[in-house]
Design a protein around this ligand. Sequence first.
Ligand code: OGA
Ligand code: NI
Length: 352
Amino acid sequence: MDSNCGWPEPVIPVQSISESGTETIPNRYIKPLPDRPCIETNSSPLNIPVIDLSAMSREEMARAVSDASRGWGFLQVVNHGVRPELMRRAREVWRGFFHLPMEEKQRYANSPATYEGYGSRLGVEKGVRLDWGDYYFLHVLPPCLKSHEKWPALPNALRDTTDEYSRELINLCERIMEAMSIGLGLDPTRLQDSFGGRADVGACLRVNYYPKCPQPELTLGLSSHSDPGGMTVLLVDDSVKGLQVRRGSDWVTIDPVRDAFIINVGDQIQVLSNAIYKSVEHRVMVNATDERLSMAFFYNPKADLPLSPIRELVTFDRPALYTPMTFNEYRVYIRQKGPRGKSQVESLKTSR
Ligand code: OGA
Ligand code: NI
């Protein structure tokens, strides 16, 4: 056995670098010039659509979700049915975990075989540049992959709160899936069925912790990537900005809306929708004064089902853009290479 748990070199939590009080970040975290963020102060006039789910009929919701998924690949939802008190509690227990002593967190140190547990890097290539963030990754569904033993035992309320939060988010994902399906002109359950059906979907949670950074203009908390799975429901800090979404050649900084969720299309929905819905690149900036916590809930298709564009969306004028691949095969790429823009979903394109 190697001593690094399968990683190519020892993993150093970013939090420990941040807390050492250093005024310069190690070279490994310095991004090449074109990748560095432009930390502008004024917010962008453009922003992703905010959709109030309480104020709409099923058809109106389908239209709004569909328009956002075609244009931005991103939307924010408010009045979504998940209690703000539960959202706050979920963030608090996880903040509590990241504030535990390092030895306690290291008991859950992850390996690149499954990524479950406490970690800091994504990808196993030696010597690559790293992102300024730590995370915790765990499985919620399917039940055979879920194991409380692999979730932190502390803070005491973490496991129950995460269970309650996950149940609510699965409900929300089911509603959004239905809206996305109707918005493609399909039966309400068609997209969900293409995921393998409600009983067989996958769900994982990645809690991201971005410590304060003395030189935020040189690095990123998470490099540009598109999410490999089905769709993502992201809960961000209400008060600390950081997420940027690609819009053409620009990066738009998202203004967090209180008690909202940010939802984005992942690569698998791009594939199933034959690229009618877009899985859009995004990245995270860090800052010198505030740490930031986010919770990314990934709702994924059944892992061993070969996925290709839904039959009804393939026409003479719009042939199938992708060749079939299972999600299990697909995610090997990001797990080995780390976040690399949209290079993977692009590589799936059929050559015509
Ligand atoms: C992710 C992600 C954004 C954020 O975890 O895939 O894009 O704001 N997170 O942390
Ligand atoms: Ni992401």
